[in-house]
Design a protein around this ligand. Structure first.
Ligand SMILES: [Cu+2]
Length: 166
């Protein structure tokens, strides 16, 4: 595991429960619910965001990526492999099944904010544009929550993305 993975895991494994939000964004057949991000320590270069995407339509859609003014946006997956947590970028995106939903949540799928230009501060919200194959671009405001009990302390300080291989 390289250092980037360690940071990503530290962020994405945070233990605090997702807050109950009413926020909901609709675009075409998609409904985006409860977007939230985890606060980052000063100097951290990656952050993580979560949300639930519901597809009310009769055909599948696909979350392919996104953009933001504060970071680059990637779609990642975390999973257990041989007893070890691993994560990877979903280069082909994440399918949202017809009449179904996909949850991006700790220990699973997540939006990875890489190359953070500023910290994500608890209590603020950050806007990112998510891109779907069919629904197109959707602006989503991620409410920033605390770093959580398993939060990154000093471990994430001064990390950079140069060692990132995925
Ligand atoms: Cu990640």
């Amino acid at each position: 595991m390289n250092r980037f993975h360690a940071v990503c895991l530290a962020l994405a494994l945070g233990l605090s429960a997702a807050p109950a939000f009413a926020q909901e964004t609709k675009t075409g057949d998609l409904t985006i619910e409860k977007p939230w991000a985890r606060a980052t320590p000063k100097g951290a270069e990656v952050g993580v965001g979560y949300l639930e995407i519901r597809n009310n339509g009769a055909s599948p859609d696909r979350l392919t990526g996104g953009s933001a003014d504060f970071a680059a946006v990637e779609i990642h997956e975390m999973s257990m492999a041989g007893g070890v947590m691993k994560m990877r970028e979903l280069k082909d995106g994440l399918e949202i099944p017809a009449h179904g939903s996909v949850k991006l949540a700790p220990n699973g799928y997540h939006v990875m904010f890489t190359g953070l230009k500023r910290p994500l501060v608890e209590g603020e919200s950050v806007r990112a544009t998510l891109t779907f194959e069919h629904a197109g671009a959707v602006a989503v405001d991620f409410a920033v929550q605390g770093v959580g009990a398993a939060g990154p302390g000093g471990a994430a300080k001064g990390e950079d993305m140069k060692g990132m291989k995925m």
